[in-house]
Design a protein around this ligand. Structure first.
Ligand SMILES: [Zn+2]
Length: 55
């Protein structure tokens, strides 16, 4: 299904800031290493967007 693939691409490597809920695209490995910060508030507390999408 093309729709599934598009959705996966959209949520892949997409992170949400735990503080201000800003979206941020980054490599998961870099996030785990603490190299990626929220652009808005500078927090390193990011979670993967795709996890929220699972229902
Ligand atoms: Zn933030």
């Amino acid at each position: 299904m093309p729709e599934e693939a598009a959705r996966k691409r959209l949520f892949e490597n997409m992170f949400i800031c735990m503080k201000c809920k800003a979206k941020r695209r980054a490599k998961p490995r870099k996030v785990r290493q603490g190299k990626v910060k929220c652009r808005k508030c500078g927090s390193k507390d990011l979670r993967l967007k795709s996890k929220e999408d699972r229902s």
